[in-house]
Design a protein around this ligand. Structure first.
Ligand code: PMP
Length: 360
């Protein structure tokens, strides 16, 4: 068996020990005589897995007790609709900060449910820098302020938590959740699809301050009414049980690695290897302002894009895959989530240097 270094933006590489454990437990989970996939979600075994998964997530992120954790289906794109449905709470409008493709999608969807005020946009700088918070035109009566903490396609990440006063801050953390410690109490709601830093696609996690839920728009589907789901421990309908089980294994793996402080250091080390090299060469370039560069998704371009195909082919021959940038921006993108080992990034930088020598 040969495993590649998989730089996919998501679904993405997972920790090998987690995959091995899942394989071992596939046919018979802890003597139950069945796979987790086959268990009733109301049975004792699964309920235990579910409770432990939530407890470990709460521990990793130090989630305060007045926050609910909800495990849903529907992805982060689903949340683009369910957040406004749940959080407008009779208010006239919500503020959105536009930092790239995923923000744009959130804005477009929210407009179906209420008024949207784009309080700041990175459009004038070509989505290469996050607008400084002192330029944001926030509405003190907004239902919430929405940000995308890490733009997976553009490769731009917040390295600060915006202060939105009494207006709840909502963050799409799909591509940087659990990559570093955060102060959950600074947020009203955090949501993420699981398929980057957590586990298989099909699981969406929402962390929400409990006083913000319970006033969903009447059209909100029951399965996506956060209050109803929170009151039913995410079991108003059948939750994505197998994905939750894998997420639970990843949370245990994270704890074993030393938690989020250790992850932060690990991720900073990897990103520095790439960015430090990118800053010393003109063969490759990265357009993002240094202060806002993503530690999770590193976009870069070859000076001569006619070499793109050869670059990707050579990388594949060395066991490195999924480096092609998103079709909307072109170039390359190395996604280096928690589970990407330092060796993977070292191998990539070594290859980039060799490729430059051969073609520069
Ligand atoms: N937001 C961000 C930041 C993302 O990276 C993605 C997926 N790449 C999404 C939203 C959409 O997630 P999903 O496909 O799970 O709906």
């Amino acid at each position: 068996m040969t495993r590649v270094f998989n730089f996919s933006a998501g679904p993405a590489t997972l920790p090998e020990p987690v995959l091995r454990q899942a394989a071992e437990e596939m046919l018979d989970w802890h003597g139950s005589g069945m796979s987790v996939m086959e268990m009733s979600h109301r049975g004792k075994e699964y309920m235990g897995i579910h409770a432990e998964c939530e407890a470990d997530l709460r521990e990793l992120l130090a989630i305060p007790s007045n926050y609910k954790v909800v495990f849903l289906q529907g992805g982060a794109i689903g949340q683009n609709a369910f957040v406004p449905m749940n959080l407008y709470r009779g208010k006239a409008s919500a503020d959105y900060i536009n930092t790239g493709e995923w923000s744009k999608k959130s804005i477009k969807e929210a407009k179906k449910y209420g008024q949207v005020n784009v309080a700041a946009t990175a459009e004038p700088n070509g989505f290469t820098a996050i607008p400084r918070p002192d330029t944001w035109k926030l509405d003190p009566n907004a239902a919430y302020v929405h940000i995308c903490s890490n733009e997976t396609i553009g490769g731009m990440q917040y390295h600060f938590t915006p202060d939105t006063g009494d207006v709840p801050l909502v963050a799409d953390m799909s591509s940087d959740i659990l990559s570093r410690p955060i102060d959950v109490s600074r947020y009203g709601l955090i949501y993420c699809g699981a398929q980057k830093n957590i586990g298989p696609a099909g699981l969406t996690i929402i962390i929400v301050r409990e006083d913000l839920i319970g006033q969903a728009l009447p059209i909100t589907p029951s399965a996506f009414d956060l209050k109803q789901q929170a009151d039913n421990d995410s079991m108003l309908n059948t939750p994505p049980t197998y994905a939750i089980y894998i997420a639970g294994l990843v949370f245990k793996w994270l704890k074993k690695q030393g938690g989020l402080k250790a992850m932060e250091a690990h991720n900073a080390t990897k990103a520095a290897l790439l960015y430090d090299y990118l800053d010393t060469t003109s063969f490759y370039s990265c357009p993002i302002a240094k202060a806002d560069r993503s530690l999770m998704n590193v976009p870069f371009k070859l000076k001569d894009e006619s070499l793109d195909e050869a670059f990707l082919k050579g990388a594949k021959e060395r066991g490195m895959v999924q480096l092609k940038g998103h079709r909307s921006v072109g170039g390359m993108r190395a996604s280096i989530y928690n589970a990407m080992p330092v060796e993977g990034v070292k191998a990539l930088v070594a290859y980039m240097k060799d490729f430059e020598k051969a073609n520069g």
